[in-house]
Design a binder for this molecule. Structure first.
Ligand code: SAM
Length: 242
């Protein structure tokens, strides 16, 4: 058994680790080609697997457009998703790399103590992309606060938008800036829908203002996603394992 899986097992109480969890862990290492991905992300393995599985689903659709992640931290989720997207796709990675900004009145009180946490680094993001054999010309890192970095030239079209930026203002600005660029059939993932109230409020405020009614899917307690323009589930698509 891989030493990383062993470490993972040791960190948890042995009795609480299921064979499903070990399987997910192994599968992510298999797909990414490295165990380092876990050291570069705050996402738990099952959530990474969900993000990867969605990348595979999107790849099969033959869409045009790039990958955008708002909230990169050390690059783990971005590298995993991007490695599973078509090779003609470019990655645009947005983060302050200075940690979480101040909350607003739209965020819940529990959020306040997370201000200034989750500090990633550009070098870490580059490191995991490189380790996963993603060449530097295939990705652009926009370091800075969203209100500034979103003013720089943007991708023209997006097929996979991953918003992992927790707070109301950050999520709302990400939706305002990038949702119009998502192609029909493209995917939008909200990492924190069920976890941070500000994320959920930003989503509903944006939908109300833009008069859209996304067909929202949920994964575990926090993640939510939808395919732009999808009106029903009658075609039988399901969120399959990675
Ligand atoms: C939960 S972390 C992202 C986790 C990452 N996707 C992973 O794989 O672990 C949230 C990130 O969003 C960034 N962030 C949140 N709001 C931001 C804003 N307004 N401008 C720039 N970065 C922001 C923070 O710096 C932090 O790195």
């Amino acid at each position: 058994m891989n030493h990383v899986i062993l470490m993972f097992l040791r960190k948890k109480k042995k009795s609480s680790v299921s064979s499903v969890e070990v399987g997910i862990h192994k599968r992510i290492i298999e797909v990414s080609g490295t165990a380092s991905v876990f050291e570069h992300t705050l996402c738990r393995p099952s959530k990474l697997a969900s993000l990867g599985s969605l990348a595979k689903a999107i790849s099969k659709r033959g869409l045009t457009g790039d990958f955008v992640e708002c909230g990169v931290y050390k690059g783990g989720s971005a590298a995993l998703i991007f490695s599973l997207l078509p090779t003609d796709c470019h990655a645009w990675l947005y983060d302050s790399f200075e940690g979480m900004p101040e909350v607003s009145e739209h965020d819940d009180s529990a959020a306040k103590e997370w201000e200034g946490t989750c500090v990633g680094h550009v070098d870490d993001a580059v490191k995991i992309m490189t380790e996963m054999s993603i060449s530097p010309e295939r990705f652009t890192i926009r370091k800075g606060w969203f209100e500034d970095s979103f003013k720089e030239p943007l991708p023209k079209q997006i097929q996979y938008l991953h918003i992992d930026a927790d707070w109301y203002d950050s999520v709302l600005l990400a939706l305002e800036t990038f949702y119009p660029l998502v192609v029909d059939g493209g995917l939008i993932v909200l990492d924190d829908f069920g976890h941070w109230e500000g994320c959920r409020r930003a989503f509903y405020d944006y939908c109300e203002r833009e008069k859209i009614r996304p067909l929202l899917d949920r994964f575990e307690n926090d993640q939510a996603f939808w395919f732009k323009g999808r009106e029903h589930n009658r075609d039988g698509w399901t969120h399959k394992a990675l």
